[in-house]
Design a protein. Structure first.
Length: 384
C-alpha cells in the first residue's frame, strides 16, 4: 500500500504518526509525507489542536483517516499500533532520542485543559525502558507525572538507568515534597526543569519547590509555563521572575477557549508572549518599553491591555459608533469645530496599531476627554 501521512497543524514530532508509519513499514507498505501531487491508498491526517484551522484542500487518497485531539478527543490508536516503537526516521530524530508517555491522564481539572476529558484520571501507561529501547535520552510528554506513584517509581528507574529526560509538559510544583525534590535533583535533565505557573498562588509554589530542588544540588534552569488570561494578573506573574534570577524563564501561553474555535487572541497576549518568550528581550527590556511592531511601543497604549472585547464592550463600541455617526451627520458649527479638533488629534495617534489597539485608543481618548458627551450636550441644547 501507498501511505501518506499529514501533520495538519504542528511541526512537533507526532508520536501517533510515527507509530502509524512504523506499523505500515513493518507490513511492507510505502510511507511518506503527504504530497498533494501524488495519489495514495490511504492518508492519515493528524490534528493536535482544536483551535487551529483544518487542512482545507482536497486529499488525493482512496481512504482518509483523521485523528488527534483537534479532530476527535476520544479516538485512540489500536493497541497493536500504540505499543510499537515509533518510526523516528520521518522526523530525522537523533538516534539517541526517544519520545513517549509513562502515564496518561491527570487528576486535576484545569478549565483550559483537555487532558482530564480526553484521558481521564492518571494511570500507568508505559515503562521507561519500553519507551527508550536502548536510547539514552527521552522527551516525556506526561501531563502530571508527580501525581502518580507509578510515575515516581519510573523517575527512580530513570535515575538508575542514567537516562537524560525532559518532562516537556511541565511538573506540578505543588506536589514537590522534600523527598521528591531530592529525587528530581538526581535526574539528568536534557536542558531544564519545567513547571506550570498559571496562577498567582503557583508563584510561591514554584519558589518553594525550586528552593528545595536547589538544596539538593540542582543548578540548571527553570522553565515556567504561564497561561495568560487577565492582563494585570498575567503581567504581574510573568514579570515577577525578571527580578528573581536568570535561571527562571517564563513562557507565555495565551488562553485558548477549547469550546470556541473562532476565539480571537487579544493583541496584548500576543505581544506579551513575544516579549517574554525571548529570553534576551525579557531580560533586557521592560514590557512597556518593548516594541512588538515597527514604530509601536507597548507604553503608547498600555491602557488597551486592560480592555477585554467581551460582549458588553462590543455592545458599548457599537452604541458609541452609532452615536458618533449620528453626531457626524448633524449639521452644527460647534460640533464641526470639535470634530475637526478630534480629526487633528487622530493624526497624532501612534502608528502601526492593531485593530484592537486602535479601538481601545479611541475609547480611552473618548473617555478621558468626554468629547462625545460634550457634543451631545450641545446638540441637546440646540434641539430644545
Ligand atoms: S494539571 Fe496540567 S494536565 Fe492536569 S488538568 Fe491542569 S493543565 Fe491539564
Amino acid at each position: 500500500m501507498n501511505i501518506g501521512i499529514l501533520a495538519v497543524d504542528s511541526n512537533f514530532p507526532n508520536l501517533a504518526l510515527m507509530k502509524i508509519s512504523a506499523y505500515h513499514k513493518a507490513r511492507g507498505d510505502q510511507v511518506e509525507w503527504y504530497n498533494p501531487l501524488c495519489k495514495y491508498d490511504k492518508v492519515y491526517a493528524a490534528k493536535v489542536f482544536t483551535f487551529t484551522p483544518d487542512y482545507n484542500y482536497y486529499i488525493n487518497a482512496n481512504q482518509i483517516e483523521k485523528g488527534g485531539t483537534g479532530y476527535d478527543i476520544e479516538k485512540v490508536l489500536p493497541i497493536e499500533v500504540d505499543r510499537l516503537q515509533p518510526d523516528y526516521s520521518i522526523y530525522n530524530i537523533d538516534s539517541n532520542l526517544s519520545y513517549g508517555f509513562l502515564t496518561r491522564g491527570c487528576p486535576n481539572r484545569c478549565k483550559w485543559c483537555v487532558v482530564p476529558k480526553k484521558e481521564g484520571k492518571i494511570s500507568p501507561y508505559m515503562d521507561i525502558e519500553e519507551i527508550t529501547a536502548g536510547r539514552k535520552k527521552a522527551i516525556l510528554m506526561d501531563n502530571n507525572i508527580l501525581a502518580s506513584n507509578y510515575g515516581l517509581q519510573q523517575i527512580e528507574k530513570i535515575i538508575k538507568l542514567g537516562i537524560k529526560v525532559d518532562f516537556n509538559q511541565g511538573l506540578d510544583a505543588r506536589l514537590i515534597t522534600d523527598e521528591i525534590a531530592r529525587l528530581l535533583a538526581k535526574v539528568k535533565w536534557i536542558k531544564r526543569i519545567r513547571f506550570g505557573c498559571d496562577t498567582p498562588g503557583q508563584i510561591a509554589e514554584v519558589e518553594r519547590a525550586s528552593a528545595l530542588i536547589d538544596k539538593y544540588g540542582y543548578k540548571g534552569e527553570y522553565f515556567l509555563y504561564c497561561i495568560l488570561m487577565d492582563f494585570e494578573e498575567s503581567f504581574a506573574r510573568v514579570n515577577y521572575w525578571k527580578s528573581k534570577s536568570r535561571r527562571f524563564l517564563p513562557h507565555c501561553q495565551p488562553f485558548r477557549d477549547l469550546n470556541n474555535p473562532h476565539q480571537i487572541i487579544p493583541q496584548w497576549q500576543k505581544d506579551m508572549a513575544h516579549w517574554a518568550d525571548r529570553k534576551e528581550i525579557y531580560m533586557s527590556c521592560d514590557f512597556k518599553d518593548f516594541s512588538p511592531r515597527k514604530g509601536f511601543y507597548v507604553r503608547n497604549t498600555l491602557k488597551y491591555c486592560e480592555m477585554k472585547l467581551n460582549k458588553k464592550t462590543e455592545r458599548l463600541i457599537k452604541r458609541r459608533a452609532a452615536e458618533f455617526k449620528k453626531l457626524y451627520e448633524t449639521p452644527n458649527p460647534e460640533v464641526d469645530k470639535i470634530i475637526s479638533e478630534l480629526r487633528a488629534e487622530a493624526t497624532k495617534r501612534p502608528q502601526n496599531m492593531s485593530k484592537e489597539e486602535e479601538i481601545a485608543y479611541i475609547l480611552k481618548k473618548a473617555d478621558e476627554n468626554c468629547d462625545h458627551i460634550e457634543i451631545r450636550k450641545i446638540l441637546n441644547v440646540s434641539n430644545t
